[in-house]
Design a protein around this ligand. Structure first.
Ligand code: PLP
Length: 356
């Protein structure tokens, strides 16, 4: 048998989450964001479960080609557009929609021949100062774009960093709506956080990522506990060995845990080289055969140790849930000083994905 760590993907939860998003923003079209290997869920294995989406948004052009080769006919959006003029041939061939965030991209498009005009998303920098054009220059850029025969439909797009701040969101989106009205185009503003906390903002297209996977955009599970969004991934493994230690014995690297009493401990086939956070402290929750218990000592590369004091029936081969329906990835991320986004996207290729 193979090493027992697996990532079990609950496709019914994925479908459920897409439906919930539709109910929250019934008038918007949905770009399901599947960048970073569908947030670690395995793009090749899960994309079909999201086929009710209106389009897929992603970064790597190879993933877009994969979807087209699978005969996916709806729109595909490249969230950072193209990185080099070479890619425009492929973008044209596979009819991809691209984000345009920089002057050089516009001029490169102008110089290229396409089989038919390309739909673009014009990215506005909304104060994150990452990608996009200053809103002050948007009319001028729009004029330039209109002169380029290669460019088809133009959609205004922005990304916010303050989804929970309703006031700020309203202010920034008002500016965009003014431009949208004047130009007469569509717009796409909301990602997960703004879908949940500003559902009344009228976006023609929304771009949910993390909530599709049932994980909180704030890093706090309690913020989405009321939504009926369901965690999609369960990271599972098994106990592969058992140790009985004496009072005063230490556990793991650096002897980070020293037991005051005799203890039975389980060795679990899961470590930081699987994507489990190395910074998870002593006492991080795990479930062994339906019983809540916790880690002891430091997380190793390929293993971790767990307390079996209250799991008398646990034995070699017992099931361990690292995160999933019961132990929320948000909670593991929290106590490890990170967010669910990072843990999901750092699941390593050696963890097999199993579709449920
Ligand atoms: C990643 C990304 C999203 C999705 O963000 P979530 O917070 O996961 O919903 C939306 N838009 C852009 C531009 C992104 O890069």
């Amino acid at each position: 048998m193979a090493r027992p760590i697996i990532s079990v993907i609950d496709t019914s939860a994925l479908k459920n989450n897409l439906k919930i998003i539709r109910n929250i923003v019934p008038k918007s079209h949905i770009w399901s964001v599947i960048k970073a290997n569908a947030y670690g869920h395995g793009i090749h294995k899960i994309w079909k479960s999201l086929s009710q989406t209106d389009g897929f948004a992603l970064l790597e052009i190879s993933d877009a080609i994969f979807l087209r080769k699978k005969n996916f006919k709806k729109p595909i959006l490249l969230l950072e557009g193209f990185f080099h003029s070479d890619e425009l041939k492929i973008i044209d061939k596979y009819r991809l929609t691209i984000v345009v965030h920089s002057e050089w991209q516009i001029e490169t498009i102008a110089k290229t021949n396409f089989s038919s005009p390309l739909n673009i998303y014009l990215k506005i920098n909304n104060g994150m100062n990452r990608l996009g054009f200053n809103i002050k220059h948007i009319y001028k850029i729009f004029e330039r774009l209109r002169q380029i025969k290669n460019i088809g439909m133009i959609t205004l797009m922005s990304h916010f960093y303050f989804a929970k701040n309703k006031k700020k969101f309203a202010l920034y989106s008002k500016n965009i709506f003014r431009i949208k009205k004047k130009i007469g185009c569509q717009c796409s503003l909301s990602s997960s956080g703004s879908i949940l906390w500003n559902p009344n903002i009228k976006c023609d297209w929304v771009r949910p990522g993390i909530i599709l996977y049932g994980v909180s955009p704030t890093g706090q599970w309690k913020d989405i506990a009321y939504t009926n969004l369901l965690p999609v991934m369960t990271l599972k493994s098994k106990i592969i060995s058992i140790q009985n230690i004496e009072s005063g014995d230490s556990i793991g690297y650096g002897a980070k845990y020293i037991s005051k009493i005799k203890k039975r401990i389980g060795i679990v086939a899961c470590g930081y080289a699987d994507g489990y956070p190395r910074h998870a402290p002593n006492g991080t929750p795990v479930i062994v055969d339906d019983v809540y218990t916790n880690t002891l000592g430091a997380i190793s590369m390929d293993m971790m140790m767990v307390d079996l004091t209250f799991c008398p029936k646990a034995k070699i081969g017992s099931n361990v849930e690292l995160w999933g329906k019961n132990i929320k990835i948000d909670d593991i991320a929290n106590i490890s000083g990170t967010i669910g986004y990072e843990l999901l996207s750092k699941i390593m290729p050696r963890v097999q994905i199993r579709i449920k």
